[in-house]
Design a protein around this ligand. Sequence first.
Ligand SMILES: Nc1ncnc2c1ncn2[C@@H]1O[C@H](COP(=O)(O)OP(=O)(O)OP(=O)(O)O)[C@@H](O)[C@H]1O
Ligand SMILES: [Mg+2]
Length: 255
Amino acid sequence: MKKMIDVQHLSKSFGTRSNKVTVLNDLNFSVEKGEFVGIMGPSGAGKTTLMNILSTILLPTMGSVKIAGADITQMREHRLTDFRREKLGFIFQDFNLIDSLTVKDNIILPLTVSKLSYDEMEERVLRLTKILKIEHILARYPEEISIGQQQRTAAARALISQPLVLFADEPTGSLDSKAATEFLNYLDEVNLHEEMTILMVTHDPYTASYCNRVLFIKDGRFFSEVVRRSSRKEFFEKVIDMQATIGGGGKANAD
Ligand SMILES: Nc1ncnc2c1ncn2[C@@H]1O[C@H](COP(=O)(O)OP(=O)(O)OP(=O)(O)O)[C@@H](O)[C@H]1O
Ligand SMILES: [Mg+2]
């Protein structure tokens, strides 16, 4: 198998020397092409910081991040822009929709510089929005739709370019359980049939149970990993057990 994401000795600190906060501390892991990997860990563990570095929004303090063989921490800005647009898809924790664009234009935005025909773009929008059940709100603006619909719009925007790698930070956090299950089934499908590599942050063990493997991080360090070997139900139980072991955050610890 081919390595799609390779993170080596990744560290990230914020602030100045006298006031330094180390958020990621020598993190190492890799993800094979076509894997569906979850990232879990208590609130404040550094999950979003990690996703922001992988999505090239934030530079690490130290270490390297290779995606499809290219070190994104060393890439020049214009190459990075193309790389990001052509190869990566993102669903951020706060959606990042553009208020002045309709739902449809938000979704289609990543394709505006592509060479796809108008018909092909239309077809992709229709197919995705049907799956995500937002086809009836395409003409509305983000402030006119619910949070769950905003999340699904962000998901459609991330998937429209059929990226090589999808980074998703809590992609089901604002969805009801039916919408979450439908969305996860769709991710499962693109992961399986299109070999899209997926890295997904979640607090929810049910959502995590769709992954092949879950990495647990705590205080910016690798804590442990759980690999799915048999049924989703059994994997779900293993994820809950690990959440209890790691402590501090996650709904499963409440009971
Ligand atoms: N720009 C910044 N400056 C200083 N500290 C930061 C900055 N961004 C994040 N942090 C700190 O880094 C730590 C990790 O934050 P991060 O958002 O990565 O956590 P998380 O694991 O995503 O948490 P959650 O599950 O709540 O989303 C937190 O203690 C946070 O306060
Ligand atoms: Mg976060």
